[in-house]
Design a protein around this ligand. Structure first.
Ligand code: NAX
Length: 499
């Protein structure tokens, strides 16, 4: 699991590396600049293009100056550096690189006013005005300069973080910073790149390694961690010889209503393909034909409007919610499940039922998993102003209630009772279609039934569900929930096979 860093922690890692490795601060900057250029050249190999590099006077600007001379050395001839006079203060490494630029054949101009940008002509722009040192909103002439740079309407590559975009913390008000095509950031992605608000600042980002001390970074107590494929492979267990269906657990999916029976079928289908030994769908009578016709492997526990499930012992994991609707029966089922200590997943309509009965929330069993999307989360725990606030609130609630909250989005946040937030990297916009959450719920239930811990089940399910969608979207504009459900077994197989 990769630990993500705040800007303050990044500075510590920087200082530690300089103090403990045979590398000086200016050489670390050079290394960062080289890593940036290497990444930049993968996209921009036409060295006849002209490049305007906008630099502030801190270390981000220092990077920009180093990038200028490295690009020159790589065959780019038409490079112009614009040093923006935002303050008198300059960093030591900026000063050293400025001296180098002055001694080179690189053109350098000082820029004080936005109006001076009118005559700038460049095919490409590199933004190195402000990086992770941003400590206040962009104002005055600097804000005007940034606006004018955006208006040049050229492809902008940002160094480390787009100027004006906070690397972490609340993203307040309307974004007025650099709108980058791509951000090439150092050693770790910025935490805020995982929030939807970041699309205003950068269309994409790529992380380059700059040689900071990894041991030091991993031992920093970062709240945010990032799942890697190796983590998932480390958790997944192979299916052993002589095992039988009883070993892989029995999952109960309480879901479906007359008009939303598909949700129950999708959840059950995903549960099957994710490896549960037995799957039972608790659905209304009206869904039995469909269930038997489409998922013959799944058993049924028909609901007749007054169902009480007496024998919960035989189930190793229970998921409630997909397409469940709102009824007295659904209410009483959820209430009775909360009273039991079974591994439980609460999703969709069951989350909304919970929101209508807030006094039940404190009674949710330990290590239960809640899987809200943004609206369901806000209904449950109150409105949030932006994603930073929402994830902070999910973090607090997961700790307080001792549950796991899977806050779903492009990047899903798995908030653990320990206070850690695990970011899932897989998944893509082709998966933005109804039923996808039902599939995730069925997948989590299957992993819990197979006796993975709630944390493991959450990590596995989110990663593999997204990975299934990623694989399918290589050939499809949109992937449907059924396709994802059916792909899951293939993805588990691939991850297990390489182990
Ligand atoms: N591990 C690291 O920390 C490394 C950092 N490097 C670079 O260093 C950058 C951070 O450098 P700095 O800490 O010098 O900070 P910046 O270069 O981001 O900013 C410089 C200074 O600008 C001022 N400032 C902040 N917000 C402002 C605003 N809204 N308006 C006007 N002035 C403002 C602050 O006083 C700040 O210290 C990173 O983003 C990265 O590009 C690299 O050189 C490599 C290693």
């Amino acid at each position: 699991m990769l630990t993500l860093l705040t800007s303050a922690q990044m500075r510590k890692a920087d200082e530690f590396t300089i103090a403990n490795k045979p590398i000086a601060s200016i050489d670390l900057m050079e290394k960062a600049a080289r890593a940036f250029v290497q990444c930049f050249l993968k996209d921009e190999f036409d060295t006849s293009k002209s490049v305007a590099i906008f630099c502030g006077k801190g270390n981000n600007g220092g990077d920009g100056l180093a990038i200028a001379h490295i690009l020159l050395a790589n065959g780019y001839e038409n490079i112009k550096v614009y040093v923006i006079n935002i303050s008198k203060k300059q960093s030591d490494d900026f000063a050293i690189n400025l001296q180098r630029i002055e001694e080179s054949k690189c053109k350098k101009v000082e820029l004080t006013k936005a109006s001076e940008l009118k005559n700038i002509k460049a095919d490409l722009i590199i933004d190195a005005i402000l990086g992770s040192g941003l400590n206040k909103p962009l104002e005055g002439e600097l804000a005007k300069i940034v606006k004018a740079i955006n208006k040049l309407n050229k492809r902008i590559y940002a160094v480390d973080v787009p100027t004006g975009f906070p690397a972490e913390g609340k993203i307040a008000g309307e974004y007025n910073g650099i709108k980058a095509y791509k951000t090439i950031c150092f050693q770790r992605p910025k935490i805020n790149f995982f929030f939807p608000e970041s699309v205003d600042a950068t269309e994409k980002f790529e992380v380059v390694e700059i040689g900071l001390d990894e041991n030091f970074i991993q031992n920093l107590n970062g709240d945010f961690q990032f799942v890697e494929e190796t983590d998932v492979k480390g958790i997944l267990k192979p299916r052993k010889l002589f095992t039988h269906k009883g070993i892989y657990g029995h999952a109960l999916i309480i879901a479906g209503d007359t008009n939303t029976m598909g949700a129950a079928l999708l959840s059950s289908m995903a549960c099957l393909h994710s490896g549960a030994g037995l799957t039972t769908a608790c659905i209304p009578q009206s869904g039995l034909k469909a269930l038997n016709a489409t998922l013959p492997e799944v058993m049924a526990l028909p609901r007749d409007g007054t169902l009480a499930i007496n024998n919960l012992d035989k189930y190793h994991a229970i998921a409630i919610g997909p397409g469940l609707g709102f009824s007295a029966e659904a209410n009483s089922l959820l209430k009775s499940l909360i009273a039991h200590k079974k591994p439980l997943i609460i999703d969709a309509d069951a989350l909304n039922t919970l929101a209508e009965n807030p006094d039940w929330i404190d009674r949710i069993p330990e290590n239960a998993i809640l899987t809200p999307h943004m609206k369901e989360f806000d209904r449950l725990f109150g409105r949030n102003d932006g994603w930073w606030e929402r994830v902070q609130s999910a973090k607090i609630q997961a700790q307080k209630l001792n549950v796991i909250i899977i806050l779903k989005n492009q990047f899903t946040f798995i908030c653990l009772p320990s206070g850690k937030v695990i970011i899932n990297p897989t998944g893509n916009p082709a998966m933005a279609q109804g039923g996808m959450g039902d599939v995730l719920t069925g997948t989590i239930a299957a992993f819990m039934a197979q006796k993975y811990s709630s944390t493991e089940a959450a990590i596995l399910a989110c990663f593999i569900h997204g990975r299934a969608g990623d694989c399918l979207s290589k050939e499809l504009f949109v992937v449907t929930a059924s396709q994802v459900a059916q792909q899951i077994s293939k993805e588990i197989y691939k991850l297990n096979k390489i182990n």
